[in-house]
Design a protein around this ligand. Structure first.
Ligand SMILES: CC(C)(COP(=O)(O)OP(=O)(O)OC[C@H]1O[C@@H](n2cnc3c(N)ncnc32)[C@H](O)[C@@H]1OP(=O)(O)O)[C@@H](O)C(=O)NCCC(=O)NCCS
Length: 189
């Protein structure tokens, strides 16, 4: 399966996704390590800067890596606003999941995340033979639920009490989109 990103740049109308550069790491790390930004609906653990740098460096060769694989930038001004990743979540099942964070609060609720995840999903369908792209999110994470459903992902089920964070167990929704559904929902190019 081709999951690495190498030097790939994904361009949309308003955002572009590029591989993390050394000069991004400080900002990306600050967002990644800020519980208010990444973790209202997720488990949070602090990485050291060195671990974070290493995980980004090693990610292209590791399909299971949870490190950011692309920095999301506004095309105008090349301003970083967040980051996205993808990973193989299961040792046996042949599926790949996406995840996404808009770190800059002022860049939320503008459609940038939807555009970014759409570019990522298109890239994964273009570069892997897999028939399905997935995502999981806390059932209470309404911005994420809306994003996935806006892109055509279907809720396939709920893993009850599957993630412990903020002092209790949370239900996690499993989402997926099949290649044919994705193709049918895109305008022909
Ligand atoms: C999940 C997350 C990425 C969603 O970001 P977001 O800013 O809500 O998503 P978008 O940028 O696509 O914005 C969509 C919203 O902008 C609105 N919008 C405003 N202007 C828009 C435009 N020009 N184009 C498209 N949408 C626009 C949409 O109507 C939509 O509103 P709605 O969510 O109320 O329906 C963000 O909340 C986040 O980073 N959360 C923390 C990390 C996280 O939880 N990640 C997911 C883990 S599963």
């Amino acid at each position: 399966m081709s999951a690495g990103t190498g030097s790939t740049v994904l361009e949309g109308p308003r955002v572009l996704l590029r591989p993390p550069r050394p000069d991004d790491t400080k900002q990306t790390f600050a967002w990644y390590n800020d519980p208010e930004i990444v973790a209202p609906y997720d488990r949070f653990s602090v990485d050291s800067f060195e671990e974070f740098e290493r995980s980004i460096r090693d990610a292209p060769d590791d399909p299971t890596s949870l490190a950011p694989r692309f920095v999301v930038c506004l095309r105008e001004g090349d301003t970083p606003i967040g980051f996205v990743g993808h990973y193989v979540p299961h040792p046996v099942l042949e599926t790949i999941d996406v995840w996404y964070v808009i770190g800059a609060p002022s860049a939320r609720q503008k459609g940038y995340a939807t555009e970014s995840v759409g570019l990522l999903v298109a890239h994964l369908f273009d570069t892997s033979p897999l028939p399905r792209v997935g995502a999981t999110c806390d059932v209470e994470n309404q911005p994420s639920v809306r994003l996935l459903e806006r892109l055509g992902f279907r809720r396939e089920g709920v893993l009850r009490s599957a993630l412990f964070h903020h002092a209790r167990w949370h239900d996690i929704a499993v989402y997926g989109i099949i290649r044919s559904e994705w193709a049918a929902s895109r305008p022909p190019t």
